[in-house]
Design a protein. Structure first.
Lengths: 316, 105
Protein backbone atom coordinates (compact mmCIF):
# COMPACT_ATOMS: atom_id res chain seq x y z
CA UNK A 1 0.00 0.00 0.00
CA UNK A 2 1.28 3.43 -0.85
CA UNK A 3 1.67 6.27 1.62
CA UNK A 4 -1.26 8.53 2.27
CA UNK A 5 -2.03 11.54 0.12
CA UNK A 6 -1.90 14.61 2.33
CA UNK A 7 -3.34 18.12 2.01
CA UNK A 8 -3.18 20.99 4.47
CA UNK A 9 -4.71 24.38 3.75
CA UNK A 10 -6.34 27.43 5.29
CA UNK A 11 -10.07 26.98 5.75
CA UNK A 12 -12.84 27.88 8.25
CA UNK A 13 -10.57 30.38 9.96
CA UNK A 14 -7.96 27.76 10.73
CA UNK A 15 -6.10 24.91 9.05
CA UNK A 16 -7.86 21.94 7.48
CA UNK A 17 -5.96 18.71 6.87
CA UNK A 18 -6.78 15.69 4.72
CA UNK A 19 -5.21 12.21 4.67
CA UNK A 20 -6.33 9.63 2.10
CA UNK A 21 -4.87 6.21 1.30
CA UNK A 22 -5.80 3.69 -1.38
CA UNK A 23 -8.02 3.95 -4.43
CA UNK A 24 -11.80 3.76 -4.62
CA UNK A 25 -14.10 3.55 -7.63
CA UNK A 26 -11.14 4.09 -9.92
CA UNK A 27 -10.17 7.28 -8.13
CA UNK A 28 -6.71 7.53 -6.63
CA UNK A 29 -5.99 8.91 -3.18
CA UNK A 30 -4.38 12.10 -4.44
CA UNK A 31 -7.31 12.91 -6.72
CA UNK A 32 -9.77 12.21 -3.91
CA UNK A 33 -7.86 14.50 -1.54
CA UNK A 34 -7.89 17.23 -4.18
CA UNK A 35 -11.65 16.94 -4.65
CA UNK A 36 -12.17 16.99 -0.88
CA UNK A 37 -10.06 20.13 -0.56
CA UNK A 38 -12.07 21.86 -3.28
CA UNK A 39 -15.29 20.88 -1.55
CA UNK A 40 -14.17 22.26 1.81
CA UNK A 41 -12.99 25.52 0.30
CA UNK A 42 -16.27 25.96 -1.52
CA UNK A 43 -18.15 25.28 1.72
CA UNK A 44 -16.03 27.89 3.48
CA UNK A 45 -16.99 30.47 0.85
CA UNK A 46 -20.67 29.63 1.32
CA UNK A 47 -20.78 29.46 5.11
CA UNK A 48 -18.40 32.12 6.40
CA UNK A 49 -20.02 34.98 8.28
CA UNK A 50 -16.91 37.06 7.54
CA UNK A 51 -17.36 36.96 3.75
CA UNK A 52 -19.96 39.53 2.70
CA UNK A 53 -22.19 37.98 0.13
CA UNK A 54 -21.67 34.41 1.36
CA UNK A 55 -24.83 32.35 1.27
CA UNK A 56 -24.98 32.35 5.07
CA UNK A 57 -24.74 36.14 5.21
CA UNK A 58 -27.46 36.44 2.60
CA UNK A 59 -29.71 34.14 4.63
CA UNK A 60 -29.07 36.08 7.84
CA UNK A 61 -29.93 39.40 6.20
CA UNK A 62 -32.91 38.09 4.24
CA UNK A 63 -36.09 39.63 5.57
CA UNK A 64 -38.28 36.77 4.33
CA UNK A 65 -39.37 34.20 6.86
CA UNK A 66 -38.79 31.29 4.48
CA UNK A 67 -35.75 31.34 2.24
CA UNK A 68 -34.69 28.87 -0.46
CA UNK A 69 -31.13 27.75 0.19
CA UNK A 70 -28.56 25.32 -1.17
CA UNK A 71 -28.43 21.73 0.03
CA UNK A 72 -25.36 22.53 2.12
CA UNK A 73 -26.96 25.44 3.97
CA UNK A 74 -30.03 23.30 4.45
CA UNK A 75 -27.89 20.74 6.27
CA UNK A 76 -26.24 23.44 8.38
CA UNK A 77 -29.61 24.84 9.44
CA UNK A 78 -30.84 21.35 10.33
CA UNK A 79 -27.62 20.74 12.27
CA UNK A 80 -28.08 23.99 14.21
CA UNK A 81 -31.51 22.85 15.33
CA UNK A 82 -30.27 19.36 16.20
CA UNK A 83 -27.34 20.72 18.23
CA UNK A 84 -29.78 22.70 20.35
CA UNK A 85 -31.99 19.67 20.84
CA UNK A 86 -29.09 17.40 21.84
CA UNK A 87 -27.65 19.88 24.33
CA UNK A 88 -30.77 21.29 25.87
CA UNK A 89 -30.01 24.62 24.23
CA UNK A 90 -26.43 24.96 25.53
CA UNK A 91 -24.94 24.52 22.04
CA UNK A 92 -26.77 27.40 20.45
CA UNK A 93 -25.88 28.31 16.86
CA UNK A 94 -28.13 31.35 16.83
CA UNK A 95 -25.93 33.66 18.92
CA UNK A 96 -24.38 35.55 16.04
CA UNK A 97 -25.30 38.98 17.38
CA UNK A 98 -24.19 38.11 20.91
CA UNK A 99 -20.77 36.94 19.79
CA UNK A 100 -20.23 40.09 17.77
CA UNK A 101 -21.28 42.17 20.77
CA UNK A 102 -18.74 40.23 22.85
CA UNK A 103 -16.04 41.39 20.47
CA UNK A 104 -15.64 38.57 17.94
CA UNK A 105 -16.56 40.69 14.96
CA UNK A 106 -13.77 39.82 12.57
CA UNK A 107 -12.12 36.68 11.42
CA UNK A 108 -9.15 35.59 13.51
CA UNK A 109 -7.72 33.60 10.63
CA UNK A 110 -4.01 34.18 10.34
CA UNK A 111 -3.97 36.41 13.42
CA UNK A 112 -2.41 35.70 16.75
CA UNK A 113 -5.06 35.29 19.42
CA UNK A 114 -4.80 38.35 21.55
CA UNK A 115 -4.21 36.77 24.96
CA UNK A 116 -1.37 34.89 23.27
CA UNK A 117 -0.66 31.19 22.89
CA UNK A 118 -0.34 29.37 26.19
CA UNK A 119 -2.49 31.92 28.00
CA UNK A 120 -5.95 30.63 28.70
CA UNK A 121 -8.54 33.12 29.89
CA UNK A 122 -9.82 32.28 33.35
CA UNK A 123 -12.36 33.45 35.87
CA UNK A 124 -12.41 33.57 39.65
CA UNK A 125 -15.97 32.33 39.80
CA UNK A 126 -16.58 29.51 37.34
CA UNK A 127 -20.19 28.44 36.89
CA UNK A 128 -22.08 26.25 34.43
CA UNK A 129 -23.67 27.91 31.42
CA UNK A 130 -27.37 27.63 30.76
CA UNK A 131 -29.69 27.87 27.78
CA UNK A 132 -31.02 31.11 26.37
CA UNK A 133 -34.69 31.77 27.08
CA UNK A 134 -35.07 32.83 23.46
CA UNK A 135 -34.25 29.34 22.18
CA UNK A 136 -33.68 30.72 18.69
CA UNK A 137 -32.39 27.36 17.48
CA UNK A 138 -35.77 25.74 18.19
CA UNK A 139 -37.49 28.15 15.79
CA UNK A 140 -35.45 27.06 12.79
CA UNK A 141 -37.34 24.70 10.50
CA UNK A 142 -36.02 22.95 7.44
CA UNK A 143 -38.09 21.73 4.50
CA UNK A 144 -35.85 19.38 2.57
CA UNK A 145 -38.40 18.72 -0.14
CA UNK A 146 -38.89 22.42 -0.83
CA UNK A 147 -35.24 23.22 -0.15
CA UNK A 148 -36.08 26.05 2.24
CA UNK A 149 -35.14 27.26 5.70
CA UNK A 150 -37.70 29.10 7.82
CA UNK A 151 -36.99 31.19 10.94
CA UNK A 152 -38.45 34.29 12.51
CA UNK A 153 -36.84 37.58 11.61
CA UNK A 154 -33.90 38.25 13.89
CA UNK A 155 -32.86 34.63 14.31
CA UNK A 156 -29.47 34.40 12.62
CA UNK A 157 -27.32 31.35 12.21
CA UNK A 158 -23.63 31.25 13.11
CA UNK A 159 -22.33 28.11 11.45
CA UNK A 160 -19.26 28.12 13.73
CA UNK A 161 -18.11 24.75 14.93
CA UNK A 162 -21.14 22.78 13.81
CA UNK A 163 -20.32 23.49 10.16
CA UNK A 164 -16.79 22.16 10.65
CA UNK A 165 -18.03 18.92 12.15
CA UNK A 166 -20.74 18.61 9.55
CA UNK A 167 -18.32 19.21 6.67
CA UNK A 168 -15.87 16.68 8.08
CA UNK A 169 -18.68 14.11 7.98
CA UNK A 170 -19.88 15.06 4.49
CA UNK A 171 -16.38 14.89 3.04
CA UNK A 172 -15.76 11.63 4.87
CA UNK A 173 -18.78 10.10 3.12
CA UNK A 174 -17.18 10.81 -0.23
CA UNK A 175 -13.98 9.08 0.94
CA UNK A 176 -15.66 6.04 2.47
CA UNK A 177 -14.41 3.61 -0.20
CA UNK A 178 -10.76 4.40 0.45
CA UNK A 179 -8.58 2.23 2.66
CA UNK A 180 -7.83 4.97 5.20
CA UNK A 181 -8.83 8.58 5.48
CA UNK A 182 -8.90 11.42 7.99
CA UNK A 183 -10.68 14.74 7.54
CA UNK A 184 -9.58 17.37 10.01
CA UNK A 185 -11.62 20.57 9.82
CA UNK A 186 -9.66 22.75 12.24
CA UNK A 187 -9.86 20.24 15.08
CA UNK A 188 -13.14 18.55 14.17
CA UNK A 189 -11.87 15.21 12.92
CA UNK A 190 -13.57 12.34 11.12
CA UNK A 191 -11.56 9.14 10.70
CA UNK A 192 -12.41 5.96 8.79
CA UNK A 193 -11.62 3.67 5.87
CA UNK A 194 -12.15 0.14 4.63
CA UNK A 195 -8.93 -1.11 6.25
CA UNK A 196 -10.35 -0.56 9.73
CA UNK A 197 -6.91 0.36 11.00
CA UNK A 198 -6.85 2.70 13.99
CA UNK A 199 -5.39 6.15 13.60
CA UNK A 200 -3.67 8.08 16.37
CA UNK A 201 -5.47 11.26 17.37
CA UNK A 202 -3.42 13.58 19.55
CA UNK A 203 -5.25 15.90 21.91
CA UNK A 204 -3.59 19.29 21.86
CA UNK A 205 -2.47 21.00 25.05
CA UNK A 206 -4.39 24.29 25.40
CA UNK A 207 -1.27 25.83 26.94
CA UNK A 208 0.80 24.93 23.88
CA UNK A 209 2.82 22.06 25.37
CA UNK A 210 3.02 18.42 24.40
CA UNK A 211 -0.29 16.64 23.60
CA UNK A 212 -2.18 15.91 26.79
CA UNK A 213 -3.56 12.59 25.57
CA UNK A 214 -3.53 10.19 22.64
CA UNK A 215 -6.58 8.40 21.26
CA UNK A 216 -6.80 5.57 18.73
CA UNK A 217 -9.79 5.83 16.39
CA UNK A 218 -10.54 3.51 13.48
CA UNK A 219 -13.97 4.87 12.57
CA UNK A 220 -15.66 7.88 14.12
CA UNK A 221 -15.39 11.51 15.04
CA UNK A 222 -13.32 13.53 17.49
CA UNK A 223 -13.73 17.21 18.26
CA UNK A 224 -12.22 19.65 20.70
CA UNK A 225 -13.69 22.88 22.00
CA UNK A 226 -11.94 25.30 24.28
CA UNK A 227 -11.51 28.84 25.43
CA UNK A 228 -7.78 29.12 24.74
CA UNK A 229 -8.12 29.98 21.05
CA UNK A 230 -10.35 32.51 19.33
CA UNK A 231 -9.98 34.63 22.38
CA UNK A 232 -9.38 38.36 22.70
CA UNK A 233 -9.30 41.28 25.10
CA UNK A 234 -12.76 42.80 25.38
CA UNK A 235 -13.52 46.52 25.53
CA UNK A 236 -13.65 46.33 29.32
CA UNK A 237 -10.08 45.00 29.33
CA UNK A 238 -11.07 41.50 30.39
CA UNK A 239 -10.08 38.42 28.41
CA UNK A 240 -12.90 37.04 26.30
CA UNK A 241 -13.45 34.03 24.06
CA UNK A 242 -15.92 32.67 21.56
CA UNK A 243 -17.79 30.11 23.69
CA UNK A 244 -20.74 32.04 25.06
CA UNK A 245 -23.08 31.29 27.89
CA UNK A 246 -26.39 31.41 25.94
CA UNK A 247 -28.25 32.77 28.96
CA UNK A 248 -26.02 35.84 29.28
CA UNK A 249 -24.48 36.23 25.85
CA UNK A 250 -21.10 36.58 27.60
CA UNK A 251 -18.07 34.27 27.43
CA UNK A 252 -18.61 31.21 29.63
CA UNK A 253 -16.20 30.26 32.41
CA UNK A 254 -17.12 26.89 33.77
CA UNK A 255 -13.83 25.65 35.21
CA UNK A 256 -13.08 23.65 32.05
CA UNK A 257 -10.75 25.20 29.51
CA UNK A 258 -10.87 22.42 26.92
CA UNK A 259 -13.13 19.46 26.20
CA UNK A 260 -12.48 16.72 23.64
CA UNK A 261 -15.30 14.38 22.70
CA UNK A 262 -15.42 11.06 20.87
CA UNK A 263 -18.58 10.21 18.92
CA UNK A 264 -19.72 8.25 15.86
CA UNK A 265 -19.57 11.43 13.77
CA UNK A 266 -17.56 14.64 13.86
CA UNK A 267 -20.77 16.69 14.14
CA UNK A 268 -21.85 14.79 17.26
CA UNK A 269 -18.35 15.07 18.69
CA UNK A 270 -18.47 18.82 18.13
CA UNK A 271 -21.80 19.09 19.93
CA UNK A 272 -20.70 16.90 22.85
CA UNK A 273 -17.41 18.73 23.32
CA UNK A 274 -19.15 22.12 23.58
CA UNK A 275 -21.92 20.63 25.70
CA UNK A 276 -19.36 19.23 28.15
CA UNK A 277 -17.37 22.45 28.38
CA UNK A 278 -20.44 24.66 28.88
CA UNK A 279 -21.94 22.28 31.45
CA UNK A 280 -19.01 22.75 33.81
CA UNK A 281 -17.23 20.28 36.02
CA UNK A 282 -20.06 18.59 37.85
CA UNK A 283 -21.78 17.42 34.67
CA UNK A 284 -19.07 17.49 32.02
CA UNK A 285 -18.24 13.78 32.23
CA UNK A 286 -21.87 12.83 31.64
CA UNK A 287 -21.91 15.00 28.52
CA UNK A 288 -19.33 12.72 26.91
CA UNK A 289 -21.30 9.50 26.29
CA UNK A 290 -18.61 8.13 23.94
CA UNK A 291 -15.71 9.25 26.09
CA UNK A 292 -13.28 12.13 25.82
CA UNK A 293 -10.71 14.27 27.58
CA UNK A 294 -11.23 17.29 29.83
CA UNK A 295 -8.59 19.89 30.65
CA UNK A 296 -9.43 21.76 33.81
CA UNK A 297 -8.76 25.39 34.60
CA UNK A 298 -6.26 24.51 37.33
CA UNK A 299 -4.32 22.39 34.84
CA UNK A 300 -5.51 18.85 35.50
CA UNK A 301 -6.45 16.43 32.73
CA UNK A 302 -9.36 14.00 33.09
CA UNK A 303 -9.78 11.15 30.63
CA UNK A 304 -13.39 10.03 30.39
CA UNK A 305 -13.82 6.34 29.68
CA UNK A 306 -17.07 5.76 27.77
CA UNK A 307 -17.71 2.53 29.71
CA UNK A 308 -17.48 4.46 32.98
CA UNK A 309 -19.93 7.03 31.67
CA UNK A 310 -22.41 4.32 30.65
CA UNK A 311 -22.04 2.54 33.98
CA UNK A 312 -22.54 5.80 35.86
CA UNK A 313 -25.67 6.62 33.91
CA UNK A 314 -27.07 3.15 34.48
CA UNK A 315 -26.38 3.39 38.22
CA UNK A 316 -28.07 6.78 38.37
CA UNK B 1 65.41 -55.86 -35.57
CA UNK B 2 66.52 -58.98 -33.86
CA UNK B 3 68.58 -56.96 -31.44
CA UNK B 4 65.53 -54.89 -30.53
CA UNK B 5 63.41 -57.98 -29.92
CA UNK B 6 66.07 -59.47 -27.74
CA UNK B 7 66.54 -56.22 -25.78
CA UNK B 8 62.81 -55.90 -25.21
CA UNK B 9 62.49 -59.47 -24.06
CA UNK B 10 65.41 -59.01 -21.69
CA UNK B 11 64.02 -55.87 -20.15
CA UNK B 12 60.56 -57.41 -19.87
CA UNK B 13 62.05 -60.39 -18.15
CA UNK B 14 63.83 -58.23 -15.57
CA UNK B 15 60.61 -56.37 -14.82
CA UNK B 16 58.65 -59.62 -14.62
CA UNK B 17 61.10 -61.10 -12.17
CA UNK B 18 60.99 -57.98 -10.01
CA UNK B 19 57.20 -58.03 -9.94
CA UNK B 20 57.00 -61.75 -9.33
CA UNK B 21 59.32 -61.53 -6.35
CA UNK B 22 57.25 -58.82 -4.70
CA UNK B 23 59.60 -55.93 -5.28
CA UNK B 24 56.97 -53.55 -6.43
CA UNK B 25 58.63 -50.13 -6.24
CA UNK B 26 55.35 -48.34 -5.43
CA UNK B 27 54.21 -50.66 -2.65
CA UNK B 28 57.57 -51.36 -1.22
CA UNK B 29 57.40 -48.75 1.72
CA UNK B 30 53.98 -49.59 3.05
CA UNK B 31 54.43 -53.28 3.81
CA UNK B 32 57.75 -52.51 5.45
CA UNK B 33 56.26 -49.83 7.76
CA UNK B 34 53.38 -52.04 8.75
CA UNK B 35 55.56 -54.89 9.51
CA UNK B 36 58.00 -52.89 11.61
CA UNK B 37 55.23 -51.33 13.70
CA UNK B 38 53.67 -54.61 14.54
CA UNK B 39 56.96 -56.14 15.37
CA UNK B 40 57.67 -53.34 17.87
CA UNK B 41 54.23 -53.69 19.44
CA UNK B 42 54.71 -57.37 19.96
CA UNK B 43 58.22 -57.04 21.28
CA UNK B 44 57.25 -55.33 24.57
CA UNK B 45 55.70 -58.21 26.51
CA UNK B 46 58.13 -60.58 25.05
CA UNK B 47 61.03 -58.66 26.57
CA UNK B 48 59.55 -59.07 30.07
CA UNK B 49 60.06 -55.43 30.99
CA UNK B 50 58.48 -54.81 34.39
CA UNK B 51 58.07 -51.04 33.95
CA UNK B 52 54.41 -50.97 32.96
CA UNK B 53 54.48 -47.28 31.98
CA UNK B 54 57.27 -47.69 29.57
CA UNK B 55 55.73 -50.78 28.11
CA UNK B 56 52.38 -49.16 27.79
CA UNK B 57 53.96 -46.16 26.07
CA UNK B 58 55.66 -48.45 23.65
CA UNK B 59 52.44 -50.29 22.96
CA UNK B 60 50.56 -47.06 22.43
CA UNK B 61 53.19 -45.82 20.05
CA UNK B 62 53.05 -49.09 18.20
CA UNK B 63 49.29 -49.04 18.07
CA UNK B 64 49.38 -45.49 16.82
CA UNK B 65 51.85 -46.48 14.17
CA UNK B 66 49.59 -49.28 13.07
CA UNK B 67 46.50 -47.17 13.09
CA UNK B 68 48.05 -44.50 10.99
CA UNK B 69 48.75 -47.00 8.30
CA UNK B 70 45.17 -48.21 7.91
CA UNK B 71 44.00 -46.59 4.65
CA UNK B 72 40.34 -46.68 5.50
CA UNK B 73 40.97 -44.75 8.71
CA UNK B 74 43.48 -42.35 7.22
CA UNK B 75 40.88 -40.93 4.91
CA UNK B 76 37.84 -39.78 6.94
CA UNK B 77 34.60 -39.77 5.12
CA UNK B 78 33.43 -36.35 3.96
CA UNK B 79 29.91 -35.69 5.06
CA UNK B 80 28.02 -33.23 2.90
CA UNK B 81 26.58 -30.58 5.21
CA UNK B 82 22.83 -30.35 5.02
CA UNK B 83 21.30 -26.97 4.40
CA UNK B 84 17.65 -26.25 5.13
CA UNK B 85 16.19 -24.82 1.98
CA UNK B 86 13.76 -22.35 3.54
CA UNK B 87 13.05 -19.21 1.59
CA UNK B 88 12.69 -16.12 3.82
CA UNK B 89 9.13 -14.82 3.84
CA UNK B 90 8.68 -11.27 2.53
CA UNK B 91 6.17 -9.45 4.67
CA UNK B 92 4.98 -6.12 3.32
CA UNK B 93 4.82 -3.58 6.15
CA UNK B 94 1.99 -1.14 5.60
CA UNK B 95 2.75 2.38 6.75
CA UNK B 96 0.77 3.40 9.80
CA UNK B 97 -1.91 6.04 9.13
CA UNK B 98 -0.52 9.47 9.89
CA UNK B 99 -1.61 10.87 13.26
CA UNK B 100 -3.97 13.81 13.36
CA UNK B 101 -4.31 16.51 15.99
CA UNK B 102 -7.52 17.65 17.56
CA UNK B 103 -7.33 21.05 19.14
CA UNK B 104 -9.45 24.04 19.83
CA UNK B 105 -11.02 25.32 16.67
Amino acid sequence: MSAEAHRSFACFGGTATLHVAGSAHGRRADAAAGEAEARLLEAHERLSRFIPGSELCRLNTDSRRTVPVSGLLLEVAAAARRAGLLSGGLVDATLRREIERAGYDESLAGKRDRPGPGRVPASDSPRPASASPNRGWSRITVDRRAGTVSRPPGVEIDSGGIAKGLLADLVAESLSGHADYAVDCCGDVRVGGTSGRPRRVLVQDPAGGEPVHELAVSDGGVATSGIGRRSWIADDGRPAHHLLDPSTGRPAYTGIVQATALAPTAFLAEVYSKYALLSGRPLARERLPYGGVLVLEEGGVEVVDPRAVTAGAAAA
Amino acid sequence: MAISVVAFALLWGIVFVQMATGHDPVLSNKPKATASGREEARSGPADGISDGGEAAGARAAAAEAVETTEPEEAEPEYAEPEYAETEPEYVEVEPEPAPVITGQS
